[in-house]
Ligand binder design. Structure first.
Ligand code: SF4
Length: 111
């Protein structure tokens, strides 16, 4: 278990997570001992600060052995905030929008 004040995967407390699904991969997280501030921005963060912070966090994700399950977790909940599985909030928002568009197109074709 990471020390108090350090990040769980993606920097988030896992108290609301299904224990079994979460613990299958989080112990191997490259971010487990890092500050959650790297993965979650402050409200006062400027766009330039955000970009720098996110690039640093994404570089950690690049080295992480559990990047794929972390990303799947973030997309399936979905996690709305923070860097997860090599994706930023903006990445995941764009992916959700694209997925909804695909579902709409498929429903239109089927009707
Ligand atoms: S992929 Fe990134 S956010 Fe997910 S556990 Fe690894 S380092 Fe943390």
């Amino acid at each position: 278990m990471p020390k108090r004040g350090t990040a769980m995967p993606g920097g988030r407390n896992n108290s609301a997570r299904p224990a079994r699904a979460w613990t299958q991969w989080h112990d191997q997280a490259a971010c487990a001992e890092l500050s959650s501030r790297l993965f979650y921005g402050q409200e006062s963060e400027s766009p330039a600060e955000r970009a720098t912070r996110e690039q640093t966090a994404l570089a950690v994700c690049e080295t992480c052995p559990v990047r794929n399950p972390c990303r799947s977790h973030a997309m399936s909940l979905p996690e709305m905030y923070g860097v997860w599985g090599g994706t930023t909030e903006a990445h995941r928002k764009g992916a959700r929008r694209w997925s909804r568009g695909r579902q709409y197109e498929e429903a239109q074709r089927a009707s």
